[in-house]
Design a protein around this ligand. Sequence first.
Ligand code: GLN
Length: 191
Amino acid sequence: APVIGVLALQGGVAEHARLLESLGAEARLVRRPGDLTGLDGLVLPGGESSTIDRLTRLFGLREPLIEAVAGGLPVLGTCAGLILLAAEIDDPAPGQQSLGLLDVAVSRNAFGSQAASAEVTLPWDGVGGESVRAAFIRAPIVTRTGPGVEVLARHEGRVVAVRSGTVLGISFHPELTGDATVHGELLGMVR
Ligand code: GLN
């Protein structure tokens, strides 16, 4: 079975691990650099991106994460995980950094409080399925996509799922609706 890491510093870790195991993968919680050794894929979960950013630096994980993903480890970032992957954050918290692994800009609060939390079915333009049941919780949006970045889903006309090579970033939480489309997409990128 492919071994998929779930960054387990803060946020929605258990739901991702459960969904990955339901698809036949082995989920491994990642808390220190050594946990990245031997992974076939990685999930950066939702939570609070500025907190996760701070903890990656505190736990010495920032550089190892960048090296692993830049070296070709397939990764799925959801919500705060998408913000972490982004090259630019339009509205960062004070001192907040991102990993710069996906050539997009994101806005952390662009939906506004009304539309920021909702459960909807979105058309999905990937290989994992044709639609995805998505929960949005204080969701970011993608405000710029660089060359080579493919849009996989939109919500209310705004970009909420992208892929560039083996880096997949989505604004929403499929692990909360139990929809396996996006995790299937990650497993499809694992050799
Ligand atoms: N808006 C949050 C942030 O900036 C992300 C919310 C989430 O992951 N559900 O990290």
